[in-house]
Design a protein around this ligand. Sequence first.
Ligand SMILES: C[S@@+](CC[C@H](N)C(=O)[O-])C[C@H]1O[C@@H](n2cnc3c(N)ncnc32)[C@H](O)[C@@H]1O
Ligand code: SF4
Ligand code: SF4
Length: 332
Amino acid sequence: MKLFQKNKRLESPEFRGDYVQEDPVQLQIETSSLCNLQCVMCPHGIKGFLWKKEDNYLTHAQLVKILNQFPHLEKISLQGMGEPLLNSELPELVAESTSRGITTSFFTNAMLLKRQVVDTLMDARLHRLVISLDAGTEEKLAEIRKGADLAAIVDNVQYLISEKKRRGSTTPYVNIMFVAMPKNIETIPAVIELALELGVDELVIKACSGMALIDEHDWMLSEKDFDELMVSVEKGRKKGLQIGIAAGVNPLVRRQGKLRCQWPWKKAYVAVDGSVTPCCYALPERGVVFGNVLTSDFSEIWNGPKYQSFRKELREGMPAICKNCPDYSQFE
Ligand SMILES: C[S@@+](CC[C@H](N)C(=O)[O-])C[C@H]1O[C@@H](n2cnc3c(N)ncnc32)[C@H](O)[C@@H]1O
Ligand code: SF4
Ligand code: SF4
């Protein structure tokens, strides 16, 4: 079965060395550290967890300074633990990235995805837009994504899809991203119907990370939940919807606790203040900072002592910061 396939390259000692010759090919950069929602599974919704940084928005000048240090970058995701559309410079940041030939995307809660924003993002040649939606009814959305308004999100996404059609454009590729949890899994049939109605390119079902912030019963599906989910997924696929599922959604895979993560070898996370961390789960707010890309050179950070010892720790066991991470059992 595909979910259980071994990836020999990922498990090879050559791939998982302490020292990494090549630069990362993928970056995730936080462009806003503030959010307009409070989702139950997100550090933003866990009251008092995220501190207020002094500079909450990444500027164009800062992005240029960062990108100049990554000549081999293939992909970038312009969001971290906040809502990127709160940053009014976002279309400019997207344009800077796409003009360098980097495949550019970001995740959004879509509350601020108004018509003029859609137009400027399309003009900036955004490649992929991920709409985070963890519920298919107003009632469930109010419980999971506190502050969200389903009618407004649907209206915004409808305009996006119609504008793509009007321009005859295949981009941005539009995903709906659903974080699967015991408390929202019953809403998946409604999300599938909505995705079909909207005509998005794909629905992706993602595993929830506990991040040592929420209890296991809030992020781990039961086997029954997972089986029911798969029945809905098969029905959705038969109706023509493309649906991707992260391996870690399956509780059996998750319990295997195998390391599938590529982050410290291939990709990096940069917080809005320039702090570099291995990924969006090992956050500066949780005490992980390997260096600062706005005040020092990334090449010194990437193979500095903190990165090297973290790679060793991750290869040999599970660092405390990675506990409950779905990438510890994730597909590629
Ligand atoms: C942190 S948000 C930032 C961007 C934007 N605010 C949004 O909601 O799309 C990025 C993605 O992480 C997801 N997310 C939040 N908490 C998570 C968790 N505990 N485990 C896995 N994904 C999570 C969100 O649902 C969203 O799809
Ligand atoms: S909208 Fe995004 S950043 Fe904001 S609380 Fe929800 S998941 Fe977190
Ligand atoms: S295992 Fe998870 S928490 Fe640890 S570095 Fe990889 S993605 Fe981050």
